[in-house]
Design a protein around this ligand. Structure first.
Ligand code: FAD
Length: 361
């Protein structure tokens, strides 16, 4: 179920429930269009959207969830329902960030014109990380909506950590070229490859990194940071210096621009202030390794960032054990979500990895 049918006049894609982000990006690009997707081509658009969906176009197009126009869903009692702003609107509200309500067989997604797109990656020397992150924080606070700038701290080819910025620009060409120069001037690039690229090219690049770690086991922790303060930078840099494996990394997405201009109760995804969504990733090859040290590494960094973090966290990266964060993951939308869960799935048939908070109603 990976079909994607694009209506270029209506700027809408009808996407089967199992389609991957890359399927959508490629189909949209054939019409010079883009969809608000994440940074990875192999994840499916359904799970991405139902949890929220951070990506480099969040600044101009909002989250993936903000671009959901409707869905066909099979509910727990077997009923097949069409939902959208005018059909079962409460269910539609819940799907945009709350997930967990049924089996979605197809979704309708808003598309946007692809403008002059520039993308790539810039890698800086590790000994400049503090400076690069300080400059990046100032740059992100004032940067244009057209720029998405995810950042990653990871192991370089020689095993030493590096800091990498993967900018994606979707806007006016000359302004984009100037902004990309500013990105490269955040430090002394060890390597920089930025230029005209499609969204699918960017996904390809990230998919290649993910594929390089095939066979690993993973522990992922997450938090929301309101700002990248020096305390945050110090905690992350210290953690990378004692990473337990070459597959340990820390990434963050910048939530800004269009994504912040929705009311917190417009959809189940409730955090609409500017923030950074942090992914703390520990990966290890399982042969003879029980993973304890790597899990501990990720948990320790999550704990060390807690004093700087907002309550809650990105539902798509929380697990059943993250009860405290889950309680705050939907902000003021938690009770409404729970009521809808009781209405549409009273027996809890759909108990997915994406947790819903326990709230007393
Ligand atoms: C390598 C990698 C990169 C990532 N990058 C990003 C990123 O850039 N931005 C971001 O926001 N997140 C990112 N994530 C997190 C990602 O959004 C979540 O892992 C998401 O849940 C993946 O969805 P899936 O459908 O691929 O996975 P699945 O494990 O198949 O689904 C996850 C959950 O989504 C729901 N779901 C999926 N399909 C359906 C359906 N058809 N009907 C009903 N419910 C469904 C279910 O609740 C299911 O348990 C990344 C994850 C990985 C592993």
């Amino acid at each position: 179920m990976r079909d994607v049918v694009v209506d270029p006049r209506a700027l809408v894609a009808t996407v089967a429930g199992g389609a991957r982000a890359m399927d959508v990006a490629v189909a949209a690009a054939a019409h010079d269009l883009v969809a608000a997707l994440g940074n990875c081509g192999t994840i499916a658009i359904a799970g991405l959207t139902f949890g929220g969906g951070y990506g480099p176009l969040s600044g101009t197009c909002g989250l993936a969830a903000d671009n959901l126009l409707g869905a066909e869903i099979v509910l727990a009692d077997g009923q097949r329902v069409t939902t959208g702003p005018d059909a079962e609107p409460e269910l539609f509200w819940a799907l945009r960030g709350g997930g967990n309500f049924g089996v979605v067989t197809s979704i309708r997604v808003r598309l946007h014109p692809a403008r002059d797109m520039l993308a790539g990656s810039v890698i800086y020397k590790w000994n400049e990380t503090g400076t690069v992150l300080r400059r990046y924080a100032a740059f992100a606070a004032t940067g244009p909506d057209e720029l998405g700038v995810p950042v990653g701290l990871m192991s370089g080819p020689d095993g030493e950590p590096v800091v990498m910025i993967a900018p994606l620009w979707n806007g006016e060409r000359c302004q984009g070229e100037r902004v990309m120069e500013d990105v490269q001037a955040l430090g002394t690039p060890l390597a920089a490859q930025v230029g005209p690229a499609s969204y699918a090219d960017m996904l390809d690049q990230v998919d290649a990194w993910v594929q390089a770690a095939d066979g690993c086991h993973w522990e992922i922790r997450t938090c929301w940071l309101p700002a990248l303060t020096s305390g945050v930078a110090d905690a992350i840099i210290a953690a990378m210096a004692r990473a337990t494996s070459p597959h340990c990394s820390v990434f963050w997405h910048h939530f800004h621009g269009a994504a912040t201009r929705f009311a917190p109760d417009a959809a189940a995804f409730g955090l609409r202030r500017e923030h950074f969504m942090v992914e703390i990733i520990a990966g290890w090859k399982p042969d003879g390794d029980d993973g304890v040290a790597h899990r501990r590494w990720a948990q320790d960094l999550r704990q060390n960032l807690a004093p700087f973090a907002l309550p809650g966290g990105y539902a798509n990266l929380l697990g059943p054990e993250d009860r405290e964060q889950t309680a705050w993951a939907y902000g003021g939308n938690a009770a409404r979500l729970r009521i809808l869960k009781r209405r549409f799935d009273p027996d809890g048939v759909f108990a997915s990895a994406i947790p819903l908070p326990e709230v007393s109603l």
